[in-house]
Design a protein around this ligand. Sequence first.
Ligand code: GDP
Ligand code: MG
Length: 451
Amino acid sequence: PKQADENLRSPICCIMGHVDAGKTKLLDFVRGTNVQEGEAGFITQQIGATYFPAENIRERTKELKADAKLKVPGLLVIDTPGHESFTNLRSRGSGLCDIAILVVDIMEGLKPQTIESLNLLKMRNTEFIIALNKVDRLYGWKTCRNAPIVKAMKQQSKDVQNLFNTRLTQIVTQFMEQGVNTELYYKNREMGETFSIVPTSAISGEGIPDLLLLLVQWTQKTMVEKLTFSNVVQCTVLEVKVIEGHGTTIDVVLVNGVIHEGDQIGPIVTTIRALLTPHPMKELRVKGTYLHHREIKAAQGIKIAAQGLEHAIAGTGLYVVGSDDDLEDVKEATMEDMKSVLNRIDKSGEGVYVQASTLGALEAMLEFLKSSDVKIPISGIGIGPVHKKDVMKASVMLEKKKEYAAILAFDVKVTQEARELADELGVKIFIADIIYHLFDQFKAYIDNLKE
Ligand code: GDP
Ligand code: MG
């Protein structure tokens, strides 16, 4: 069948919900990968983007509807972290989305971050579909691998069906309390007014075909205008990070337009040296081999390598020089973002030094350290590996407040010279890839000093 005939770009779908609802696992199941088990502490700490080509979606949904018309080239899915201090990252992800999947654990119902996600979606008027996940955990559930949900449901005993209906009713009520009408998707006659629920399992795949097909069909049916491909580049920086062999790179979501190798980009005026993507169905966040491209058409998650990207700021727009004339506006927006990070640094000049792998991770770290039950002051920040210069900066505290002569290094390497200098000067370096662990280590150290 002829496809992509209306020149539509791929819809961008954001996956949201409470921590442990199964957001990453759902994506893993569709990709056939295992990102979730590779994550530190199994918590998603950054945003990832995965592209699902239409052929793949067709393959996964053929049992549900063999002749479904897929007009979009694919689906770009963004996974966001669920932990509390990641509000900032979550709002960044959801701001880009055409549609969202709100994942709810059927055994747990609505939780604080489900409600927070819901509020973000309402605030932005973003369409969403609810994945009522972990149906396989209903006592007595009979596995029907990859089956459409109605078919899977028919295989279940009366007891399991009753159990399911009880929990569904409870959750529909919880949504109602939030002012949101919901209904099982195949019974929903008022889509757009009433939000659809798709029961899923990220372990055995029941309901996954339904979720994929609903996402594609709903977006291509109701968002034609928004999804019509345009030549005007619309691009947002998700993450700034150092990658071995590429220097500082940025992970971006290209929402619309085409971007080329050699294009001049801003607000940091530089030339694209390499345009990289992961292989289809693999995630941008996972280290692996990248595909090189001459040009890329939206929508896509891209890693860009260029000079000077260490000054790029996550959450800000990226533009192609020559195709955009509101240069000053972009610069202004960029400054606003940076200010919000710098504002979190203690004015007293007393505090620890915080180093993280990405700006997003740094923002999350700062938010956590500032929270009421932690309250660790911060005197300086850095992104990327810990170098001698960072140790030098942290060592200033030796004179002012000795216990703060410390670097909290989140998900970064420490160079040999930096380590040697730290030992020599008496600067403590704490390293971890989970924010909580850094906090625990630092707290133990402070408590120890007090004794
Ligand atoms: P996230 O924090 O929302 O990304 O959640 P994860 O994807 O990391 O999943 C949290 C935990 O729930 C992991 O131990 C998963 O293996 C488990 N899990 C996720 N989805 C399912 C599901 O559909 N069924 C069952 N039984 N477990 C699941
Ligand atoms: Mg996750």
